[in-house]
Write a new protein. Sequence first.
Length: 392
Amino acid sequence: MQKATAIIAAGGAGLRMGTSTPKQFSELLGVPILIHTIRAFCQVPAINAIVVVVPAQHRELTCALLAQYQLDGRCTVVIGGKLRQDSVRIGLAQVTDDSSLVAVHDGARPLITPQDIQRCLAAAATTGSAIMAVPVKDTLKAVAPDTAIRHTVEREGLWQAQTPQVVRTGLLKEAFAKADQDGFIGTDEASLLEHGGWPVVVVEGSETNLKITRPDDLRMAEAILMKQQPAQQLRIGHGFDAHRLVTGRALILGGMEIPHELGLLGHSDADVLTHALCDAILGACGCGDIGRHFPDSDPQYKGISSIKLLTHVVGLAAERHFRLVNADITVVAQRPKLAPHFPAMQKILAKACRVEPESINLKASTTEQMGYTGREEGISAHAVVLMASQPA
């Protein structure tokens, strides 16, 4: 198979979705639509590079998402133009000479399969250009501006264009040059080829290769994906930790230092809140406890930030294909008052856990001066988490 570059056209505003950010950044089963799309192309051996074209104001977000999902090594992010044609032209300028084919795909078509991409590449390698499309199956009506039907359109031989649209690199450049020379604006790459008189063949695709345009499309895509994926597994984990309060130590809870005359004693920073959360996550994933992974006999963990330990634990869970759904954590301390610090703690913990702050619930309680926490000899914490399986 000839080498190919994918241009992911993700420059649209997505106004019909009614969201504050473009539709390609909306989540589909917890993962951005654009990431689903790029993952499909990453699974095709012939694709040697991926150029992602996005609006200028969302370039930083795109780069962050690619890094988060470990796709940044495969992708180049460029800023698009006003029209789709402008954006694809900008992406085409990034294609290197060793790519014989260019596959242009809508960033908001997340359900394209690697197999369909390969079929389209194979057809274009033989004929010069090929697009994914499906035969029109509904009766078509020509409608006047006043919504009155003018006539029925004969659907025989009519196909609904999709993407990818794959073209030999040199031929696509010629098509763009011809369109620019004539001032022609096309709706897709096939229309540019048609304008120049070059033939384009159709590769029959699937109705599931839908383009996310409206909220209903997103719901249909979710239903399709859920049917394709194995049933989600849910697990509950519980964690508990307690540390002694002493003088001469900083009081670290939830990844931040709390002003207090006493601090918690421990090999690390002794952050009982974060330790309890780590234990809960490890327990839900069947990975033992925090002591097994970070023993207090190991000098590398001396004084270490517990947020670093939490980040590692979340990574272990991800390796086992589990993600945090939510956490409910209770800190038991007679003093100091912790509630004012909870919003800042939520943000720190949420970042380490790769969730929104609303997924981390924090509570404080006392034992009415009973027991070691009531006598201010120590602080303890309980954490309960819900973990959900995710696709490999």
